[in-house]
Design a protein around this ligand. Structure first.
Ligand SMILES: Cc1cc2nc3c(=O)[nH]c(=O)nc-3n(C[C@H](O)[C@H](O)[C@H](O)COP(=O)(O)OP(=O)(O)OC[C@H]3O[C@@H](n4cnc5c(N)ncnc54)[C@H](O)[C@@H]3O)c2cc1C
Length: 378
């Protein structure tokens, strides 16, 4: 943006947690900002998220782990700058092994994190029980705590970001679908975004449209392949606090047929239950499956016995083909900034802050170098 006007006109396409964070960070600089979403802001993948903020869930290699860890460390400052209660809850993540073989794996995983300077440690049964007295530690062999993990309410984060955007003079248009782009020059640049409500001139476009970014990028001749990655979480009605200290509980698999479950509780008392790893493909959003997950959660947290489960419809994770983020200005269309990533809740503060630097200061942030779209070729 070095040669652009004093207050460039920037259009952010997509008001999930990624678009909202980028828009918020841009709005603190001299820009003319418009955020467009074809639906209600926050109604995409961000509304289906378990929203565990972490750098501990198998994030490999070390450079990707570091990226996530930086993002985790940015969350407190991000939440404070939003000046709203976004439901950020620290307290860490607890998991435990139920066989000697699992215990060895857990020991090894914790050692890797510790060598990276990440705070994670092994706990015995009494220590785990002391953390959460209401927890039934089924078949306990060895526990591990990652104390710096957290959780947040993505809907509140998005609301707060967009509120700040408006307060800084930006515009947020919900129910406005981007259908195309007007291009000019060589290499081509976007001069206007075409929506179902008309055309909007711009100096730069941020494509943060989640799973839809692939199709929109295709209209610009940019190849941004994604995997199809359905996921399901279950929500209960509001409950009194069932997790007193922890942000996230990762309970073990009951047998070789079923994966473990993860549990957290939002500030409004609703309990969120997910199954398996953060990337598990799941599309059973039936009431029967929701009831079954809740029944398993009750096995670990008996205080949930009176809760009722409500399945959320299947959500689709934005998931670039190799599983890693796509971030940065496109070389093919140099005034298009791409921002598509899994673990977008964890990464949101970093994507927003670094994205604003790359967009407005005309530099490439070194840490984002592995995540350019050009790695996929054309
Ligand atoms: C089941 C599940 C569990 C998850 N758990 C975690 C977790 O524990 N921790 C974590 O960090 N991450 C987790 N994630 C991932 C995380 O939720 C996502 O990475 C993040 O929400 C992506 O945000 P986004 O803004 O990129 O996408 P979205 O929230 O999907 O936002 C994209 C927006 O673009 C809009 N849009 C699309 N097309 C157009 C168009 N043509 N014109 C205008 N607007 C358009 C959509 O309406 C949408 O609002 C999980 C995801 C799922 C589904």
């Amino acid at each position: 943006m070095e040669s652009s006007p004093q207050r460039p006109r920037i259009i952010v396409v997509g008001a999930g947690i990624i678009g909202a964070s980028i828009a918020f960070h841009l709005s603190r600089r001299p820009v003319r900002l418009t955020v467009l979403d074809r639906a209600e802001p926050g109604s995409g993948a961000s509304s289906h998220s378990f929203a565990w903020i972490n750098a501990s869930a198998g994030k490999e290699p070390a450079s990707y782990h570091d990226l996530n860890r930086r993002a985790v460390d940015m969350w407190d400052r991000f939440a404070r700058s939003l000046a709203a209660d976004v439901g950020l809850r620290w307290g860490g993540e607890l998991r435990w092994a139920t066989t000697p073989a699992e215990a060895e794996e857990l020991r090894a995983a914790v050692a890797v994190l510790q060598r990276r300077g990440h705070h994670s440690r092994l706990l015995n049964e009494a220590e785990c029980q002391a953390l959460e007295p209401g927890l039934r530690l089924d078949r306990f062999v060895l526990g591990a705590l990652s104390p710096n993990d957290a959780q947040v309410d993505p809907a509140r984060v998005i609301r707060a970001c967009l509120g700040q955007v408006r307060a800084q003079g930006g515009t947020v248009e919900a129910h406005t679908e981007v259908r195309g782009f007007r291009l000019a020059g060589s290499p081509p640049r976007v001069t206007a975004v075409q929506t179902d409500k008309g055309e909007l001139a711009c100096d730069l476009v941020v494509l943060a449209a989640g799973v839809e970014a692939t199709r929109l990028a295709g209209l610009l001749g940019i190849h941004l392949p994604q995997q199809r990655s359905p996921g399901v979480v279950v929500r209960t009605d509001p409950q009194p606090p069932v997790l007193k200290r922890l942000a996230v509980l990762n309970a073990p698999a009951p047998d070789s047929e079923q994966p473990g479950i993860h549990i957290c509780q939002r500030p409004d008392g609703t309990v969120i239950i997910g199954e398996g790893s953060q990337e598990r493909l799941a599309s059973d959003d039936s009431q029967a499956h929701a009831d079954a997950l809740l029944a398993r959660a009750v096995g670990y947290l008996p205080a949930l016995a009176a809760a009722r489960a409500r399945p959320l419809p299947v959500g689709y994770r934005p998931m670039p083909l190799d599983g890693y983020p796509v971030l940065g200005l496109s070389k093919a269309v140099p005034n298009v900034y791409l921002a598509v990533t899994h673990s977008g809740v964890t990464l949101a503060p970093l994507v927003g802050e670094y994205g604003a630097i790359e967009i407005l200061d005309g530099v490439s942030v070194d840490l984002l170098a592995p995540y350019r779209v050009e790695r996929f070729g054309q």
